[in-house]
Design a protein around this ligand. Structure first.
Ligand code: AFP
Length: 332
């Protein structure tokens, strides 16, 4: 059996980029290491006294669980200490983070330490999502928020780790999408899903339909459409909604389907974060042959203006996303 660890795969991928210095390879390995630390705590969540609310709210005004804080600290410390990133941004932090020894870094890291945190207490999958950009300027000591606020199309790598029935890390550096399953007996992520290609159409739609009353008429029409009986177009689709974006996205990536978080009356620009959720998953989705938009524009083309910017999100199988978009644009 030819076992390929994530470290080896990342190193092999470097060969596709003749100008690579190896720095990005080290960065991805740092992220994989941090994911192992977070995994260790996530799988023990029921055993140790870290369940429940930390008592505060995060910058999005949401309740913060202790495990979110733990994951955030672990990632900042494990990754920040090597001086490879000049600047970082986390969904849990209001502003940018400048790691100590950042003077040698030439990259910016944006991450959501534990996505789907309201699922922690009930043993449902959660995940870490990350996105890596090259600094815009030459001097890492001058790294600033501008290095974080780049279009998604500027990402040099993105990925996520899903802590589910097994722990899986998926990443892209713009040369396909690759997935690795964690083997706890040897402490390694092993290649399990090479070159993931998402189906062109799927059979699942993922949306929080409980918010129906808050949707606009276009979204309501789309939901009526997707539930209609029409065997020729594979309808009705089945609903699958976990409430952890990373888990819903991962399932749809492998099986085909569409995830929609549209504008609502309470979240006029959608709920999900452009920098921490939509951009990294859009990069992965496109690399796997899928599509990701805000209903009108390609996610990766959106010029961000703030770190915690929100966006509507239509992501998944190309044909399915196109149909959802057509409804959103009033073309159907
Ligand atoms: P939490 O981290 O607060 O659980 O939010 C998860 C999330 O950002 C994303 O992972 C889900 O897809 C989405 O929110 C669920 O939102 P709704 O509860 O509004 O459906």
């Amino acid at each position: 059996m030819n076992l390929v660890t994530i470290e080896r795969h990342i190193l092999e991928q470097q060969k596709h980029f003749p100008d690579a210095t190896g720095e990005l390879t080290d960065l991805l390995n740092d992220v994989a290491f941090a994911a192992k630390l977070v995994r260790r705590e996530v799988v023990r969540a029921g055993l140790v006294d870290i369940l429940g609310f930390a008592g505060g709210t995060n910058v999005q005004g949401e309740e913060v669980k202790k495990l979110d804080l733990f994951a955030n600290e672990k990632i900042i410390n494990a990754i920040g200490q090597h001086g490879r990133f000049a600047v970082m941004g986390s969904e849990e932090n209001d502003g940018i983070i400048i790691p100590p020894k950042n003077e040698t870094g030439s990259y910016a890291l944006l991450f959501d330490p534990l996505d789907g945190s309201s699922n922690i207490d009930v043993n449902v999958s959660v995940g870490t999502i990350f996105s890596i950009y090259k600094l815009k300027g030459e001097d890492p000591c001058k790294a600033s928020i501008a290095d974080c606020l780049q279009r998604g199309s500027e990402q040099v790598a993105a990925g996520y780790v899903i802590y589910g029935s097994s722990v899986v890390m998926v990443y892209t550096t713009g040369n396909g999408v690759h997935g690795f399953t964690y083997d706890p007996t040897i402490g390694e992520f092993l290649l399990s899903h090479e070159n993931i290609v998402t189906p062109k159409t799927g059979k699942y739609y993922s949306i929080n339909e409980g918010s129906y009353a808050q949707f606009n008429e276009s979204t309501k029409k789309y939901l009526d459409y997707i539930k209609e009986e029409d065997p020729a177009t594979g309808r009705p689709y089945s609903t699958r909604y976990i409430g952890s974006l990373v888990a819903d996205f991962h399932r749809n990536l492998l099986t085909g389907g569409v995830f929609v978080y549209p504008p609502t009356t309470t979240h006029k620009n959608g709920k999900l974060r452009l920098m921490y959720e939509a951009n990294p998953l859009a990069f992965i989705c496109e690399q796997a042959g899928g599509r990701a938009t805000d209903g009108k524009n390609r996610i990766l083309d959106i010029q961000p203006s703030e770190l915690h910017q929100r966006t509507p999100l239509y992501i998944g199988s190309e044909d399915d996303v196109l149909i959802a978009e057509q409804f959103e644009q009033g073309l159907r």
